[in-house]
Design a protein around this ligand. Structure first.
Ligand code: MG
Length: 253
Protein backbone atom coordinates (compact mmCIF):
# COMPACT_ATOMS: atom_id res chain seq x y z
CA UNK A 1 0.00 0.00 0.00
CA UNK A 2 1.26 3.49 -0.84
CA UNK A 3 1.84 6.02 1.87
CA UNK A 4 -0.53 8.84 2.72
CA UNK A 5 0.24 12.51 2.97
CA UNK A 6 -1.81 15.51 3.99
CA UNK A 7 -2.62 18.31 1.59
CA UNK A 8 -3.61 21.31 3.67
CA UNK A 9 -5.39 24.62 3.36
CA UNK A 10 -4.86 27.07 6.22
CA UNK A 11 -6.81 30.16 7.15
CA UNK A 12 -6.68 32.39 10.21
CA UNK A 13 -8.42 35.65 11.03
CA UNK A 14 -8.07 37.97 14.01
CA UNK A 15 -11.85 38.52 14.02
CA UNK A 16 -13.70 41.81 14.60
CA UNK A 17 -13.09 42.23 18.34
CA UNK A 18 -9.61 41.10 19.37
CA UNK A 19 -6.55 43.30 18.86
CA UNK A 20 -4.18 40.38 18.37
CA UNK A 21 -4.40 37.01 16.75
CA UNK A 22 -3.32 34.68 19.56
CA UNK A 23 -3.95 31.53 17.54
CA UNK A 24 -0.96 29.80 15.93
CA UNK A 25 -1.11 27.25 13.17
CA UNK A 26 1.21 24.80 11.42
CA UNK A 27 0.56 22.48 8.50
CA UNK A 28 2.78 20.22 6.41
CA UNK A 29 2.29 16.97 4.54
CA UNK A 30 2.42 14.94 7.76
CA UNK A 31 1.67 17.21 10.70
CA UNK A 32 -1.01 19.81 11.28
CA UNK A 33 -1.69 21.75 14.46
CA UNK A 34 -3.74 24.62 15.82
CA UNK A 35 -3.01 26.33 19.16
CA UNK A 36 -5.14 29.00 20.80
CA UNK A 37 -3.25 31.14 23.29
CA UNK A 38 -4.51 33.14 26.24
CA UNK A 39 -2.73 35.88 28.19
CA UNK A 40 -2.26 39.64 28.40
CA UNK A 41 0.56 41.64 26.74
CA UNK A 42 0.46 39.44 23.64
CA UNK A 43 1.46 36.50 25.83
CA UNK A 44 -1.22 34.32 24.23
CA UNK A 45 0.64 34.56 20.94
CA UNK A 46 3.90 33.65 22.66
CA UNK A 47 2.32 30.60 24.30
CA UNK A 48 0.61 29.27 21.20
CA UNK A 49 3.75 29.90 19.11
CA UNK A 50 5.94 28.06 21.64
CA UNK A 51 3.68 25.00 21.52
CA UNK A 52 3.68 25.00 17.72
CA UNK A 53 7.44 25.58 17.40
CA UNK A 54 8.20 22.37 19.26
CA UNK A 55 5.94 20.44 16.89
CA UNK A 56 7.59 22.09 13.88
CA UNK A 57 10.95 20.83 15.17
CA UNK A 58 9.53 17.34 15.73
CA UNK A 59 8.27 17.32 12.16
CA UNK A 60 11.84 17.79 10.92
CA UNK A 61 13.41 15.03 13.02
CA UNK A 62 13.92 11.28 12.87
CA UNK A 63 12.05 9.77 15.76
CA UNK A 64 13.65 7.28 18.12
CA UNK A 65 10.33 6.20 19.60
CA UNK A 66 6.83 5.43 18.32
CA UNK A 67 5.01 8.45 16.90
CA UNK A 68 2.31 8.65 19.63
CA UNK A 69 5.02 8.74 22.32
CA UNK A 70 7.08 11.30 20.42
CA UNK A 71 4.08 13.54 19.77
CA UNK A 72 2.97 13.42 23.42
CA UNK A 73 6.50 14.25 24.55
CA UNK A 74 6.72 17.15 22.10
CA UNK A 75 3.53 18.61 23.57
CA UNK A 76 5.04 18.36 27.04
CA UNK A 77 8.25 19.98 25.75
CA UNK A 78 6.07 22.84 24.51
CA UNK A 79 4.56 23.08 27.98
CA UNK A 80 8.06 23.29 29.47
CA UNK A 81 9.04 25.98 27.03
CA UNK A 82 5.97 28.03 27.97
CA UNK A 83 6.88 27.66 31.64
CA UNK A 84 10.45 28.70 30.93
CA UNK A 85 9.48 31.81 28.96
CA UNK A 86 6.95 32.81 31.63
CA UNK A 87 9.57 32.42 34.35
CA UNK A 88 11.94 34.78 32.48
CA UNK A 89 9.41 37.49 31.71
CA UNK A 90 6.96 38.60 34.39
CA UNK A 91 4.63 40.10 31.78
CA UNK A 92 4.08 36.60 30.36
CA UNK A 93 3.15 35.02 33.67
CA UNK A 94 -0.11 33.07 33.52
CA UNK A 95 -0.09 32.64 29.75
CA UNK A 96 -1.42 29.39 28.37
CA UNK A 97 -2.49 27.70 25.18
CA UNK A 98 -4.68 24.93 23.88
CA UNK A 99 -3.27 22.58 21.28
CA UNK A 100 -4.79 20.17 18.81
CA UNK A 101 -2.35 18.32 16.58
CA UNK A 102 -2.48 15.49 14.06
CA UNK A 103 0.59 13.60 12.93
CA UNK A 104 0.18 11.10 10.10
CA UNK A 105 1.83 7.74 9.58
CA UNK A 106 -0.55 4.84 8.79
CA UNK A 107 -2.79 6.33 11.46
CA UNK A 108 -3.75 9.77 12.54
CA UNK A 109 -2.02 10.32 15.83
CA UNK A 110 -3.97 13.06 17.56
CA UNK A 111 -2.72 15.00 20.57
CA UNK A 112 -5.11 17.37 22.27
CA UNK A 113 -5.32 19.62 25.29
CA UNK A 114 -7.91 22.35 25.77
CA UNK A 115 -10.88 23.15 23.55
CA UNK A 116 -9.45 23.45 20.06
CA UNK A 117 -10.74 20.56 17.97
CA UNK A 118 -9.92 17.99 15.33
CA UNK A 119 -12.75 16.59 13.23
CA UNK A 120 -12.70 13.80 10.66
CA UNK A 121 -14.99 13.78 7.63
CA UNK A 122 -15.21 10.28 6.12
CA UNK A 123 -17.92 9.10 3.72
CA UNK A 124 -19.68 12.43 4.34
CA UNK A 125 -19.93 11.71 8.06
CA UNK A 126 -18.38 14.03 10.61
CA UNK A 127 -16.70 12.73 13.76
CA UNK A 128 -15.00 14.84 16.40
CA UNK A 129 -11.73 13.04 17.16
CA UNK A 130 -10.95 15.18 20.19
CA UNK A 131 -12.74 15.74 23.46
CA UNK A 132 -12.80 19.30 24.78
CA UNK A 133 -11.04 19.84 28.10
CA UNK A 134 -13.68 22.37 29.04
CA UNK A 135 -16.04 23.05 31.89
CA UNK A 136 -18.87 22.85 29.40
CA UNK A 137 -17.84 19.40 28.19
CA UNK A 138 -18.10 18.21 31.80
CA UNK A 139 -21.61 19.70 32.01
CA UNK A 140 -22.60 18.04 28.71
CA UNK A 141 -21.26 14.66 29.82
CA UNK A 142 -23.08 14.88 33.14
CA UNK A 143 -26.31 15.69 31.26
CA UNK A 144 -26.61 19.14 32.88
CA UNK A 145 -26.78 20.98 29.53
CA UNK A 146 -27.34 19.84 25.94
CA UNK A 147 -25.28 20.82 22.89
CA UNK A 148 -27.58 23.71 21.95
CA UNK A 149 -27.63 25.15 25.47
CA UNK A 150 -23.88 24.73 25.50
CA UNK A 151 -23.53 26.96 22.44
CA UNK A 152 -25.01 29.91 24.37
CA UNK A 153 -23.60 29.06 27.78
CA UNK A 154 -21.86 32.03 29.49
CA UNK A 155 -18.99 29.77 30.60
CA UNK A 156 -18.48 28.11 27.24
CA UNK A 157 -14.89 29.36 27.00
CA UNK A 158 -13.69 28.01 30.34
CA UNK A 159 -10.91 25.54 29.63
CA UNK A 160 -10.01 23.06 32.37
CA UNK A 161 -6.73 21.83 30.87
CA UNK A 162 -4.18 23.80 28.87
CA UNK A 163 -0.43 24.16 28.41
CA UNK A 164 0.66 26.79 30.92
CA UNK A 165 4.05 25.53 32.01
CA UNK A 166 2.62 23.84 35.08
CA UNK A 167 3.50 20.31 36.19
CA UNK A 168 1.44 17.25 35.24
CA UNK A 169 -0.03 18.70 32.08
CA UNK A 170 -1.11 15.74 30.00
CA UNK A 171 -2.35 15.90 26.43
CA UNK A 172 -4.78 13.19 25.37
CA UNK A 173 -3.12 11.15 22.62
CA UNK A 174 -5.30 8.91 20.45
CA UNK A 175 -4.81 7.03 17.19
CA UNK A 176 -7.31 6.55 14.39
CA UNK A 177 -6.79 4.56 11.17
CA UNK A 178 -6.19 6.86 8.19
CA UNK A 179 -7.75 6.36 4.79
CA UNK A 180 -7.39 7.95 1.37
CA UNK A 181 -10.17 10.47 0.84
CA UNK A 182 -10.46 11.46 4.49
CA UNK A 183 -10.70 15.13 5.25
CA UNK A 184 -9.58 16.55 8.59
CA UNK A 185 -10.52 19.86 10.12
CA UNK A 186 -8.47 21.38 12.92
CA UNK A 187 -9.92 24.56 14.39
CA UNK A 188 -9.82 26.97 17.28
CA UNK A 189 -12.95 27.60 19.34
CA UNK A 190 -13.52 30.82 17.40
CA UNK A 191 -14.95 28.50 14.75
CA UNK A 192 -16.61 25.73 16.75
CA UNK A 193 -18.30 28.21 19.13
CA UNK A 194 -20.21 29.67 16.19
CA UNK A 195 -20.73 26.92 13.60
CA UNK A 196 -22.68 23.80 14.48
CA UNK A 197 -21.52 20.34 13.43
CA UNK A 198 -24.00 20.11 10.56
CA UNK A 199 -22.78 23.36 9.01
CA UNK A 200 -19.20 22.18 9.36
CA UNK A 201 -20.06 18.76 7.92
CA UNK A 202 -21.97 20.16 4.96
CA UNK A 203 -19.17 22.57 4.08
CA UNK A 204 -16.43 19.96 4.39
CA UNK A 205 -18.45 17.47 2.34
CA UNK A 206 -19.23 19.77 -0.57
CA UNK A 207 -16.48 22.34 -1.08
CA UNK A 208 -12.95 22.04 -2.49
CA UNK A 209 -10.26 22.22 0.20
CA UNK A 210 -9.10 25.83 -0.23
CA UNK A 211 -12.62 27.13 -0.63
CA UNK A 212 -13.62 25.18 2.45
CA UNK A 213 -11.03 26.91 4.62
CA UNK A 214 -12.06 30.35 3.32
CA UNK A 215 -15.78 29.64 3.69
CA UNK A 216 -15.59 28.19 7.20
CA UNK A 217 -13.76 31.27 8.49
CA UNK A 218 -16.13 33.62 6.63
CA UNK A 219 -19.17 31.84 8.03
CA UNK A 220 -17.80 31.97 11.56
CA UNK A 221 -17.18 35.71 11.23
CA UNK A 222 -20.58 36.34 9.69
CA UNK A 223 -22.12 34.17 12.39
CA UNK A 224 -20.81 36.53 15.06
CA UNK A 225 -17.40 35.15 16.03
CA UNK A 226 -15.84 37.47 18.60
CA UNK A 227 -12.63 35.48 18.86
CA UNK A 228 -9.70 34.65 16.60
CA UNK A 229 -10.75 32.02 14.06
CA UNK A 230 -8.28 29.47 12.69
CA UNK A 231 -8.72 26.40 10.52
CA UNK A 232 -6.65 23.75 8.81
CA UNK A 233 -8.50 21.66 6.24
CA UNK A 234 -6.34 18.63 5.44
CA UNK A 235 -7.02 15.92 2.86
CA UNK A 236 -5.41 12.48 3.10
CA UNK A 237 -3.94 11.79 -0.33
CA UNK A 238 -2.02 8.76 -1.62
CA UNK A 239 1.60 9.26 -2.57
CA UNK A 240 4.31 6.98 -3.90
CA UNK A 241 6.94 9.10 -2.22
CA UNK A 242 8.83 6.85 0.17
CA UNK A 243 10.69 9.56 2.09
CA UNK A 244 7.90 10.43 4.47
CA UNK A 245 8.85 7.95 7.21
CA UNK A 246 9.14 9.31 10.76
CA UNK A 247 11.91 6.82 11.51
CA UNK A 248 15.37 6.59 10.02
CA UNK A 249 15.36 3.90 7.33
CA UNK A 250 17.38 0.84 8.31
CA UNK A 251 20.66 0.71 6.41
CA UNK A 252 21.88 -2.49 4.86
CA UNK A 253 24.72 -4.44 6.48
MG1 MG B 1 -10.13 31.06 20.95
Amino acid sequence: MGALILECAVRTDVGPVRKNNEDSVFATSRLAAVADGVGGHAAGEIASRAAIDVLAALEKSWLSEPLPTALGEAVLAGNERIGFIASCRPQFEGMSTTLTAVALDEDYVVANIGDSRTYLLRDRELTQLTRDDSYLQLLIESGTVDIEQARRHPQRNVVVEALDGGPQRAPTVTTHPARVGDRLLLCSDGLSDVLDDETIRETLATEPRDRCAVLLVEMALEGGARDNVTVVVADAVATDRSSSSWHRPATAG
